[in-house]
Design a protein around this ligand. Sequence first.
Ligand code: ZN
Ligand code: ZN
Length: 349
Amino acid sequence: MLECQVHGAQDLRVRDVPMPRPGPGEVLVRLGAAGICGSDMHYYFHGRVGQFVIREPLTPGHEASGVVAALGDGVQGLSEGQPIAVNPSRPCGRCPACREGRENLCSQMRFLGSASVFPHMQGIFREYFVMPASQCVPLPAGALTDISLGEIAMSEPLSVALHSANRAGPLMGRRVLITGSGTIGCMMVMAARLAGAAHITVTDVVDHPLSVARQVGADQTVRTDQLPAGATLAGLVGEPDVAFEVSGAPAALSTCLETVRRGGVIVQVGTLPAEGMHLMANQIMARELDLRGSFRFGNVFEQAVAAIARRRVDVRPVLSGQHPLTQAAQAITLARDKTQSMKVQLIAG
Ligand SMILES: [Zn+2]
Ligand SMILES: [Zn+2]
């Protein structure tokens, strides 16, 4: 079976390795689809994500669906041939964060396809992988029969958006601004709609992702780089109650801080630069804004699987192509091109 490994910056190797065997409580999964995420691109192009540096060969990937290929001893509730979504989070369950129900903040988190720990947590860019049964989430009753494994693999990015929506508080009847229209921005549109948002504006500086945002339910889209001189976003779209900053661009956070209404909420979802950021901090004080972080996701993964499997949200406009594992490097390069790609996925073969 084939496995992708990143050895360092722009050094990705696909090799043939023996088929793994599931131990007690584990499941052997054949890859259905594996989404290429920003962190996977960083590992491939730079050999690192922020301070997480590759110190041994790393198999990237944390957004997977698959089919149960074999069961280890003692696994119940799953059967061979069954489609599943993979929950990439493995919190410890014992630390203070876990015990207060904030397991995404677990100090011992083991997250698939990550060099945050050593030995690294190996990911799912491989034909088959072994997973604890607890991380294999079956489709719920009422799943549509024509749901694809590509759609199911979007459960992880949808979970990120559902968690961010929860961080914002109630969205029913609220006006929402989303800065950044990539995959997570579009999943954020879906999450805000599920939560009852009355009006959703999405901004970006590229046309293609904004057209996808409109397909998945954005009411209004704006190129912030093309605002007329002297015009403000608030003047154009009104003052939103809640803003989600998804792009990670400092200018977009400034837009959120000056556009959201007095007493409004801003949720930071994207990764901002590590250094050299100018923050309009007095906006937070003088207009009593709540600026909140959102990191990965808490206990929402099953909800995400159910919403996709029943097509309460339709993720298909966000899927822009599938490529075999043998073309992983080309696919990662394609995924980086925002003028044509949204979510690019790898498939087994
Ligand atoms: Zn991801
Ligand atoms: Zn923990």
